[in-house]
Design a protein around this ligand. Structure first.
Ligand code: NAP
Ligand code: F7E
Length: 337
C-alpha cells in the first residue's frame, strides 16, 4: 500500500528536497504551508504547479505550528504514516530579535504536533529536525550523540526543548520518534540570509557587475558544511530502522567563514579583500565558534555517509548563483531597453 508522509516546513530548503525525495520513493506527500501575503512556494512550484503536469503525489494543506487546532484537524484527516517536522523560525541571528516567537514556533510547535498525534490516536513515525546549534559552546570536538548540549541562542534553546520533548514522548508513550542532529547543510536553495548563500549570491552578482560590496560579521566562525540533498536521505533512513534513535548527521570537516569566502571568490578569479567588509550589525550577542560533527553512528547504523565535500559544495552553489546573476543582468538590460 502507498505510504503517506506529512512534512512541515515543506516550502523551506530541506522541505523542498524531502518532497522530491519522498515522491521518488513512491509516497503520497502532504505539506503544511502558511498563508502568506506573497507566494512562499517558490522552492516547490516545479513539483506542485507545473500547469502541464501537476503532480498529484504532493498536496498542500494550510496550517501553522503556532495553531494547534489546524494541526489537530490535519492529523484527524490525513493519518500520515510518517511525519517530518522541519518547520521552524530557523535563523539564529533573527532569534535574538524575536526570541519569544522563535520559542513558540521552533520549540512549542513540536509539542503541538506531538499532542495532535496523540489526540488523533494515530501512530506515525516522527522525525524532528534537531540541530548542531544544540552544542553551541561546544564541550568536546568533534560533537557526537553523547556530547552535552550548551545552547547559545533563543533558536538553540527552542531546539533543545523540542529535542527533549521528542525523546520524552518516545520514552513516555512509545512514540517512534527520532531526532536528527544535523550540522549546517547548504545548497542553491538555501535562504539568502544564511552565510553560505549570502556569500555565493554576492560573489556572483559582483562578478557580473550588479553589486560591489559584501558585508559580513564574524569571519572566524567555523562550521561543518554539508550538501542538503544528501542530508535529506538520512532523515528518511532514521524512520526506516527497527527502533527509534537520535543521530548526528555531519560531514566531519570544519572551515571558517573566511575560507568559504576565499573559496567562492577564488572560483571566479576575484580578490575578496577588495569587496568584503565587516559590518558589526552581523555580529551575534553570543557566537557559536566551532562546530564539527562525528557521524560515525549514522554510518554504522544507517549506512549513511556524505559524498560532497567543502570545495565541491562551494562550487555547486557558485555555479547555480552565477546562472541566477546572469538572468538578473538580462532582466535589468531588458527593462532598461
Ligand atoms: P528554512 O529554509 O528556513 O525553512 C523553514 C520552514 O519552516 C519554511 O517552510 C517555513 O515556511 C516554515 N515555517 C516557519 N514558521 C512556521 C510556522 N509557524 N508554521 C509552519 N511552518 C513554519 O529551513 P531549512 O534550512 O530548510 O531547515 C529545515 C529544518 O531543519 C528547520 O527546522 C531548521 O531549524 C532545521 N535545521 C536546519 C539546518 C540547516 O543547516 N539547514 C541544520 C540543522 C537543523 P515559510 O516558507 O512560509 O517561511
Ligand atoms: O551562520 C557567521 C555567523 O546564519 C554561520 C541554520 O540553518 O545552521 C544554521 O545556523 C556562521 C555564524 O548559520 C555572517 O556568525 C558571519 O557563526 O549561515 P548562518 P548558523 O547560525 O550556523 C544551524 C545548524 C541551524 O540549525 C540553523 O537553523 O556565519 N556569519 N557573517 C554570518 N552569518 C550570517 N547569517 N550572515 C552574515 O553576514
Amino acid at each position: 500500500m502507498q505510504k503517506t508522509a506529512l512534512v512541515t516546513g515543506i516550502t523551506g530548503q530541506d522541505g523542498s528536497y524531502l518532497a522530491e525525495f519522498l515522491i521518488d520513493k513512491g509516497y503520497q506527500v502532504y505539506g503544511i504551508i502558511r498563508r502568506s501575503s506573497s507566494f512562499n512556494t517558490g522552492r516547490i512550484n516545479h513539483i506542485y504547479q507545473d500547469p502541464h503536469e501537476p503532480d498529484p503525489r504532493l498536496k498542500l494543506v494550510y496550517g501553522d505550528l503556532n495553531d494547534a487546532s489546524s494541526l489537530n484537524k490535519i492529523m484527524r484527516e490525513l493519518h500520515p504514516d510518517e511525519i517530518y517536522n522541519l518547520g521552524a523560525q530557523s535563523h539564529v541571528m533573527v532569534s535574538f530579535d524575536v526570541p519569544e516567537y522563535t520559542g513558540d514556533v521552533t520549540g512549542l510547535g513540536t509539542i503541538r504536533l506531538l499532542e495532535a498525534i496523540r489526540e488523533a490516536g494515530i501512530k506515525p513515525k516522527f522525525y524532528q529536525a534537531s540541530s548542531s546549534e544544540l552544542y553551541g559552546l561546544a564541550q568536546e570536538i568533534p560533537q557526537k550523540e553523547t556530547t552535552p548540549f550548551y545552547p547559545r541562542s533563543p533558536y538553540a534553546c527552542a531546539k533543545a526543548y523540542a529535542f527533549y520533548i521528542v525523546r520524552n514522548y518516545r520514552e513516555a508513550y512509545g512514540f517512534f520518534a527520532c531526532n536528527g542532529i544535523l550540522f549546517n547543510h547548504e545548497s542553491p536553495r538555501r535562504g539568502e540570509t544564511f552565510v553560505s548563500r549570502k556569500i555565493t549570491r554576492a560573489v556572483t552578482r559582483i562578478k557580473v557587475g550588479l553589486q560591489d560590496k559584501l558585508y559580513l560579521g564574524n569571519l572566524e566562525a567555523r562550521r561543518d558544511w554539508g550538501y542538503a540533498p544528501e542530508y535529506i536521505e538520512a532523515m528518511w533512513l532514521m524512520l526506516q530502522q527497527p527502533r527509534p534513535a537520535d543521530f548526528v548527521i555531519a560531514n566531519g570537516e570544519c572551515h571558517t567563514v573566511k575560507e568559504f569566502v576565499e573559496e567562492a571568490f577564488g572560483l571566479l578569479g576575484l580578490d575578496w579583500h577588495k569587496h568584503v567588509e565587516i559590518d558589526p550589525r552581523y555580529l551575534r550577542p553570543a557566537e557559536v565558534d566551532t562546530l564539527v560533527g562525528d557521524s560515525s553512528k549514522a554510518e554504522r547504523e544507517l549506512g549513511w555517509r556524505p559524498k560532497v565535500q567543502f570545495k565541491e559544495l562551494v562550487r555547486i552553489m557558485v555555479e547555480a548563483d552565477l546562472e541566477l546573476a546572469k538572468k538578473e543582468t538580462h532582466m535589468k538590460n531588458y527593462r532598461q531597453g
